[in-house]
Design a protein around this ligand. Sequence first.
Ligand code: IPE
Ligand code: IPE
Ligand code: MG
Length: 247
Amino acid sequence: MDLLEKVDINNLPKHVAVIMDGNGRWAKKKGGLRIFGHQNAITAVRETVEAAAELGIQYLTLYAFSTENWSRPQYEVNALMQLLVSTIRKETATLTKNNIRLQAIGDIASLPDACRRELFEAMEITASNTRMTLNLALSYSGRWEITQAVKQIAQLVEAQKLKATDITETIISNFLATANMPDPELLIRTSGEQRISNFLLWQLAYTELYITDLLWPDFRKKNLYEALVSYQSRERRFGKISEQLTK
Ligand code: IPE
Ligand code: IPE
Ligand code: MG
């Protein structure tokens, strides 16, 4: 496939994050219920995970359910939680076969028991897999994450185990749910929405954004390649000027 050939495998992001958006609109276009869109999102997830692992991307973080998504109609929340359980159950064997480790970030304690159990089991089964980490953001929001980090750091200060003046960016990063992962170099958002929606607020500080009008259930391997080709064409200056960058 020529698009795949355009991807420079020596210049891959270590971490790709995805806001999988547009399931509801996809379903509406087909004359179906929103949940039909969520069901059809699984193929896109499978393709993206497979393509990322095949290329050699180390971390793939998928925004699957935000803190704010709890405010959706109860039947949609229930359906999403059930879909999560059935998908994890079905896909764990494939993850193992492909040497992919499953992790999760977010307020996991807020998930229904069945979800939490399924998730922990899959995380345990895949814990020693090394090819790629698939990181699911579940009941996640950037502000939730920063708030819980601040609480933990404040407790250390209160217990006089850390001085306020010694707090660094590294210490803050270490208290985030993504503590052992590099920041994403690339963020993909589908469905054309040009916003962050409370995702990885700290980690996205210098991330390259790639927004496509494609609705998430239509996302396929070639669309990941497209995003990577776009990423690789960018000049990442980190505040410097072009002439200072060594290629
Ligand atoms: C993304 O699709 C999936 C979740 C947020 C769980 P949406 O359900 O937000 O679909 P749209 O944005 O309404 O089309
Ligand atoms: C962001 O999508 C959250 C996930 C993809 C899980 P939303 O559809 O919830 O975002 P907003 O509310 O339109 O910004
Ligand atoms: Mg949406």
